[in-house]
Design a protein around this ligand. Sequence first.
Ligand code: NAD
Length: 498
Amino acid sequence: MLDFKTRKEVDAVLDTTHLIGKAFINGNFVDAVSGETFDNVSPRDGKVLNQVASCDSPDVDLAVGAARKVFEAGTWSDMEPKERKKVMLRFAQAFADNAAELAVLETIDMGKPIAESTGFDVGAVYECLQWYAEWCDKVYDEIAPSGPNSLGMITREAIGVVGAVTPWNFPMLMSMWKVAPALAAGNSVILKPAEQSPLTALRIAELAAEAGVPDGVFNVLPGFGPTAGQSIGMHMDIDALVFTGSGEIGKKFLQYSGQSNMKRVWLECGGKTPFIVFNDCKDIGEAAETVTNSMFFNQGEVCVAPSRLIVENGIRNEFMSEVRAAASKISAGDPLNPDTKMGAMVDENQMNRVLDYIKIGENEGAEITTGGNRANLNIGGYYIEPTIFEGVRNDMRIAQEEIFGPVLSVIDVTDVDEAVRTANDSQFGLAASVWTKDLSKAHQVSRKLRSGSVWVNCFDGGDITMPFGGYKQSGNGRDRSAHALDKYTELKSTWMEL
Ligand code: NAD
């Protein structure tokens, strides 16, 4: 596993990194048609890293034109599956060979600790690229159970041109969860990374091209939501749109589809994950460490962050003193330092949004028992202390709305039924975690939880083999696993009279 031991090692990679500021269309790095660029600011110190092309509808037209042309030509879509697999495996290897640079780019662009970029993100992306590469030549079609005089074939076909619009919290991983299965299925892809974090997507596009992904098959258009994002959503020649981001923008994509060509829309949106600890939790220390580390992982900018801690009364006091003790060991620091545990908020807006929620929580009557303030003003970036609110009611805004920052809300409950009711009383249904040594209870509670993932006596368990996505307003469809391929293929029924 990639691991930087010293700041000097990180800086050595930083000195050689390649900051790309152009769009990648049809195999070439190009300026936006308008010539416009935007400042790409690093959240670690608030300084401009580079100028990046600001794409809009003319750029989307060019990319979609190239993507459609190569799709129709069959260069990629009709490539022998085992040959497509070889290219995808080379792409995965090129990613692994450049993992150190990509980890540093991710950290300077979005503020996560370098230890997380190396210890989590690059490994998960590599696994994803490799895993979907292997699917290229392993998906079989079906024959229907017809009588002897007919033949019913059910075949999967690539859907065509896929638009992918992704967020800034795990820029590489959220993008590759979409790009890898879409490419494996033979589609052409237009990726728009979040404006806060375009650097890794652009470098990955370059690596894909070097690995042999044909021109026009994988295009990356940096730019803003209301320009590049909306143009992708409204485009008449994009067949499917996959999105990870907020519910507010997810709903816009549903509208864009209705106002344009009824493109398929698949959404991975927000969450407010309940982390439920029952009186019979077998290891309170482990549960406390887990909720704390998971809550402040990636500065709390995680769709599944366990931001609602629901604790049964019998262990409440003991449990919370362990949580506060665990939180006291975490502080926000320069994300390029290998020992930093929590980095910077992605930008000034997000920092202010989180600070506003902290004020809202105080005004609602919850008690701050840890943190609550901006941190590291001397570095110049956007840092917030790990923050814990206790005495939270589930109807407070800090329990109902996604804060997307390092803020934990603690809710006390008296029994199992109240815990389940409270957990389900949310517009979201992305994930839940349950801590009990009684496996029957764990089963029963898991079945009642309205969420796409349930983790028992662990948090964020699973890997690329398990589907990931939400119930309710957390979205539709699933990333990861073979189920993700459903989003990138159409089913064709061919019936023949023999
Ligand atoms: P966001 O919705 O603001 O932006 C996501 C993407 O949409 C960006 O690329 C942005 O440029 C684009 N966009 C913004 N406005 C647009 C518009 N009007 N039209 C078209 N595109 C537009 O989300 P964010 O702030 O980047 O990310 C945080 C959100 O992502 C949180 O809600 C988080 O829960 C969610 N998220 C969900 C998952 C999941 O798998 N469920 C994973 C990670 C993040």
